[in-house]
Structure formats: C-alpha cells, structure tokens
Design a binder for this molecule. Structure first.
Ligand code: SAH
Ligand code: SF4
Ligand code: F3S
Length: 440
C-alpha cells in the first residue's frame, strides 16, 4: 500500500452503515485517514449487501471500474454480506481484490490490516463460528445527533428467501450493561437520538445474569438521561410481544413507530416463506399497536412474486394493505438468492409479472399514504431538525412517527436549527412527506 489512506463505500441496511462506522473508526485508530474518492485512496473498501441480486451486482461493477489500478499501490477489499457469501470466489472473479471479510470477522480487522500492509495478496476473514460481537471503542459516527447501537448480530430464523442467516451468522446479543453504557456515553457526547439495531431485535436476550429481554432493554435505554428519542429496527412479528407496546406507551422517549415486516398477506405464502406466523397472529400484533394510547405509526416490508404466489395470494396482500393502512412500506420483487430454500422452489414468477405486482402495491400504498398523511394536517408535531433545503427555503425535520416534515421558520435567519427539537404545525401533506411552519 502506498499511503495509509482509505476510501469506503457502503451498500445495504443500517447494520452495514453502522458496521462501516466501526470499520472507519478502527482504521483511523491504526493511523489511516479517510479520503473522498477511490482514486485518492491506497486502500479501497466496499462494504457490500447481498439481499437482492441487484445489490450484489453493484460491487462487481465497482470493482470492474478500477481493475487497472490494482498493483499500482492500490489495495482492494470486499467486506460485508457479499464477502461472506462468495468468500474466496471473489478472488477468482476479481483477482485484484486482496481482502475478503464478513462482518463476523471485523474484530480481527487490525490483524488483517497488518497482513495487507506486509503485502499479502489474499487476506480473508470468513469464519462464522464466532460468538463475538463487533464492539469497538473507535466508532466514527456519521450523524452528529442520531447514533446507532447494535444490540444483536446475526439471525436464527430461516426465511426461505433470505441470505442474512448465511451472511451474518447465528444470533449474538450484547450485554444490557454494555448497551446502556454506550447509550450513556453517547448522551454525554451530545447525541439525543438512539437507534437500536439488529436483524431481529425482538429476539434480543441479554447474555449476562440480568437476562433482559428486548422490551426491558428498550425501556432502560429510554431512561438514559439526555436521550430524547429511541428507535429500533427490525422487528420480526413472531417475536414481537405486547410488552414492547406497553414500553412505548409508558415513555414518550420511545418513538411512535414500529416497523413490522409482514412480507405477504397470504397464509399459504407466509408458510412457504417459513415466516413462522399466520396472518391472524400478525393481525393480533397490529391490534396491540392500534389500541395503544400513543398514535404509533406502523410500517412494513412486502415481497411480491415469491415462488408460487398466485393472483389470489397477491390480492390477499393488497387486501392487507387496505386493512392495516400502513404509514409507509418498502416493497420488493422476490430475488432468488444463493443457499436459500426458495431457490429450488418450482413455479418461479416471471419478471414482468413481478414488476406488475410491485407497481400495484406501490400505487395502492401511495393512495393510502396520501390519506394517512393528510390526517396530520393542523396538528402540531415535534421534529428533530435534520437538515436544510436551501432551494426550498425549508428546514427538514423528522417526527417521532418517522415522517419527514419540511417546514419554514419565521425567525432565526442565519440560525442553524440542525439538531434542535422544534414544534411544527402541519399545513400540507403529500404521499411521502409533510409540510408545515414552526410554532413558537
Ligand atoms: N431482518 C429483517 C430483514 C432484513 S432484509 C426482517 O426480518 O425484517 C429487509 C427486507 O428485504 C426484508 O424484510 C424483505 O422484505 C426483503 N428481502 C429479503 N430477502 C429478499 C429477497 N430474496 N428478495 C426480495 N426481497 C427480499
Ligand atoms: Fe432474513 Fe428472516 Fe432473518 Fe429477517 S428474520 S434477516 S428476513 S431470515
Ligand atoms: Fe444487505 Fe447484509 Fe444488510 S445482505 S440488507 S447488508 S444484512
């Protein structure tokens, strides 16, 4: 490596984004400095996502672009879920890559860097049989107000379409004590919002004698002085218990938002996906949320075109959207993934049909969101100010329900409101965001 400079690009979910913050912190602690372009870097890292085929292709496209730069003192590394999934095959497909490491190996990053610095051309970190979590004192956080805390790594479910159990290994929870200590440190450093992360936060189980479950941990994090908002993602419906709703109900610091991925509205498809709940069981959780004292926003993930999904199955998903009236959702076309059970299922749905279905989901949901968002008009909501849209003359805020609320502020020309909590009256609503004006 010519100089101790690195560039990193991150794909995928918040877990990956947060892993990158830890990787960056580790590199900086070892004397590396981060640069803005791959051209300027001695070490070029891609922290990759493998959830759908398109995501996986991105990294190979990137690597292709810089093929000629290898050997000119530039070292390439592939981290994250594609690294774990493809392993040493990456060296064959992209021979200019020198480092391939999955998330369960990042604790060994310092040793791997030493190997790279010594000029080794094939450095790997691919073992999944670790019970360690990736905790490091060196995390370099991106956002000055909101901080991520990983509470559980890996996934013990086996949804038939999903690579995550293969790319992130078995579940490992951190001790409640270490999570609370980190939350306290973050509050002392001026962070006011915390987002607890895990592929399935609901199966969190404190490995220490305290043995806290997720609802207990959530309540405790909400009590840390200085923390004004706590969010969490993601919840698997099977492990989502009423105690989580009760915790939200009893402390306004816990945000009015639960992301509860349903994937399909058809019992037949849910069963084929191995989701471990029926539609009735899912709807019971929705009832808890709707009957809460707080006005909790509910969002979800939908997969269309899972193998064997009939028109009737798909219509059941549309009917579910009508029934739940989600505040927002992510919809995906099923993408066949390596190692997964669904790969071998017959009756794969043609691409055009998946496209038609995903567009129908989005159209249906758009109408629901226009209606749901317009219900907020006239209300005063507290926002955390996240940014400024100079062209529109608006500040960008986020509500407890996780909606974007753009607003104008009469006074304070020249004041930077970012990081502040302000009250805003909603005056207009679109499908994806609200508009308002600050109230004094
Ligand atoms: N642990 C999270 C899922 C993370 S992946 C959970 O269980 O909710 C985020 C979303 O990607 C999933 O909820 C699912 O909707 C989607 N997804 C996962 N695998 C997929 C695949 N093979 N094709 C299409 N969408 C997929
Ligand atoms: Fe994937 Fe299912 Fe685990 Fe979520 S719960 S990460 S969808 S296997
Ligand atoms: Fe992607 Fe891995 Fe996250 S596959 S969605 S980066 S867990």
């Amino acid at each position: 490596m010519t100089a101790k400079t690195f560039y990193i690009e991150t794909f995928g979910c918040q877990m990956n984004a947060h892993d990158s913050e830890k990787v960056i912190g580790t590199l900086v602690s070892r004397g590396y400095s981060q640069v803005e372009t791959p051209e300027a870097a001695g070490l070029v890292l891609y922290n990759t996502c493998s959830i759908r085929d398109k995501a996986e292709q991105k990294v190979f496209n990137r690597l292709q672009q810089f093929k000629r730069d290898a050997g000119k003192g530039k070292v390439f590394g592939v981290l994250g879920c594609v690294a774990q999934q493809e392993g040493e095959k990456i060296f064959e497909r992209a021979p200019h890559v020198s480092l391939v490491a999955g998330s369960a190996s990042y604790t060994k990053l310092p040793q791997m860097l030493v190997q790279l610095e010594a000029g080794e051309r094939r450095v790997t970190g691919l073992s999944l049989d670790t019970d360690e979590t990736f905790e490091t004192p060196f995390t370099r956080r991106d956002n000055p107000h909101r901080a991520y805390i990983t509470i559980i790594e890996g996934c013990d479910k086996s949804c038939a379409y999903c690579v995550v159990p293969f790319t992130r290994g078995p579940e490992r929870s951190r001790t409640g004590e270490s999570v609370i200590a980190e939350a306290r440190r973050l509050a002392d450093a001026g962070y006011t919002e915390i987002q607890l992360l895990g592929q399935n936060v609901n199966s969190y189980r404190d490995p220490s004698a305290a043995g806290w479950d997720f609802a207990t941990l959530l309540a405790r994090v909400g009590e840390v002085p200085g923390i004004r908002r706590v969010r969490f993602t993601t919840s698997h419906p099977r492990d989502f218990v009423k105690a989580i709703v009760d915790a939200i109900d009893s402390n306004p610091v816990l945000c009015d938002h639960v992301h509860l991925p349903v994937q399909s509205g058809s019992n037949r498809v849910l069963n084929a996906m191995d989701r471990l709940y029926t539609l009735d069981e899912y709807m019971r959780r929705i009832e808890w949320l709707k009957n809460a004292r707080r006005n909790i926003a509910i969002t979800t993930d939908i997969i269309v075109g899972f193998p064997g999904e009939t028109e009737a199955d798909f219509n059941a998903t549309l009917a579910l959207l009508d029934e739940v009236q989600y505040d927002s959702l992510f919809s995906f076309k099923y993408s066949p993934r390596p190692n997964t059970a669904a790969l071998a299922m017959s009756d794969q749905i043609p691409e055009e049909e998946k496209t038609r279905r995903v567009m129908m989901v989005q159209e249906r949901q758009r109408a629901i969101q226009i209606r749901r968002n317009s219900e907020a008009i006239g209300a005063v909501q507290e926002v955390l100010v996240e940014g400024r849209n100079q062209a529109m003359g608006q500040w960008i805020g986020r509500t407890s329900q996780n909606r974007t609320l753009n607003f104008v502020h009469e006074n304070g020309n020249g004041t930077d409101f970012r990081g502040q909590y302000l009250h805003v009256r909603v005056t207009r609503a679109g499908p994806n965001s609200l508009v308002g004006e600050s109230v004094m």
